[in-house]
Design a protein around this ligand. Structure first.
Ligand code: IMP
Ligand code: ZN
Length: 340
């Protein structure tokens, strides 16, 4: 097995429904619709079932499929289990998974959130060698009322799931929305001990980034368009960036891997962690993202171990958990140096 697969890894930016692999989607489809592929079937899903390669447009359709297939508790639980298993198989030792609680015809938002949390709690009891946390998301496109609902729900459930919900995410399509409308909800989350890992500077909007910084951002999701004064602020306050290379290249917010803003951040020695965003949709893995980062920017294996070591410090794990994660990386690092 190669170095990137074996390296114990830290994933800090992964959306649950974007992290369903083709095999998970196929399994969930069978769970909901049975074995028979009905006639007049969706060609794209047929391709997924047959392991054929997809166009980018077809990849994006996976969000819709995922949401349709995880609209009930059993399926959502199965999806969460599979995502955790697949990250664990990729030697991810710490995972912060984010998801927007949804109300469907089959379940309430509360049921959605408790289903995911129950699976996460069980995964840690099963000692799978992976620590998992949940970041409830606010989907900007769903509006302010839903945002406040999500925050209130997370506050209410946090005592039943101690230590599992550590931060809030703000994501979704920002077009046609105004960040300041979400400030009261995010502020309330923060007052109740949630950290903030927001999609920030994903698109060009200098003023919005300023408003996010004024509120207080613990980690920056993407940060593609953070420049000038805003970059100086991020540097002064050492706010880590979550960089998702393939996601940005495929979504065309950066023109190529070579032009990715992670290059500038690495040069500035700014805190950075490499993440997948949606490994199912973008057909990647954390190992692959780290490999791409290393080969594009000529980083050594030692640099990549150091990147994982640093990512522990940017995580929202408890002090005890961080200590255990550091020990795992040190153990790997020692084995590596003996082999050299
Ligand atoms: P879910 O919250 O578990 O349903 O994960 C999928 C959702 O994450 C999508 O519907 C989007 O709202 C959000 N998401 C995934 N990737 C991105 C991104 O790159 N930018 C903004 N939002 C995203
Ligand atoms: Zn994201």
């Amino acid at each position: 097995m190669d170095f990137y697969h074996l390296l114990p890894k830290i994933e800090l930016h992964a959306h649950l429904n974007g992290s369903l692999s083709n095999s998970t989607l196929a399994e969930l489809r069978e769970l909901k619709y049975g074995k028979e592929v009905p006639s007049g079937t969706d060609d794209c899903f047929y391709k997924i079932l047959n392991g054929e390669s997809l166009t980018l447009e077809e990849c994006f359709k996976k969000f819709q499929y995922a949401h349709d297939l995880t609209d009930r508790r059993e399926a959502l639980a199965r999806a969460t289990e599979r995502v955790i298993e697949e990250f664990a198989k990729d030697s991810v030792i710490y995972l912060e998974l984010r998801t927007t609680p949804k109300c469907t015809a089959q379940m309430t938002k509360r049921e959605y959130l408790t289903t995911v949390l129950d699976v996460i709690r069980k995964s840690s009891e099963n000692q799978r060698g992976i620590v998992v946390k949940l970041l409830p998301s606010i989907d900007r496109s769903k509006g302010v009322q839903e945002a406040m609902e999500n925050v209130n729900l997370a506050i209410e459930l946090s005592s039943s799931f101690p230590g599992l919900m550590v931060a809030f995410d703000l994501s979704g399509n920002p077009f046609g929305t105004t960040f300041s409308d979400f400030v009261p909800a995010l502020q309330r989350a923060r007052e109740h001990g949630f950290r903030l890992a927001l999609h920030c500077g994903e698109f060009e909007d200098e003023q919005e980034v300023k408003e996010m910084f004024a509120l207080g951002v613990d980690r920056i999701g993407h940060g593609t368009f953070i420049e000038g004064e805003n970059l100086a602020f991020a540097q002064e306050h050492k706010i880590p960036f979550e960089c998702c290379l393939t996601s940005n290249v495929k979504c065309k917010t950066v023109p190529s891997y070579e032009d990715h803003h992670v290059a500038k951040l690495l040069k500035l020695k700014h805190p950075v962690c490499v993440c997948t965003d949606d490994f199912g949709v973008f057909e990647t893995s954390l190992s692959q993202e780290l490999k791409i980062c290393a080969s594009t920017f000529s980083l050594t294996n030692t640099d990549m171990v150091e990147m994982q070591r640093n990512a522990i410090e940017y995580s929202f794990a408890s002090e005890q958990e961080k200590k255990e994660l550091r020990a795992k990386i040190e153990q790997f690092s020692e084995t590596l140096s003996k082999e050299l």
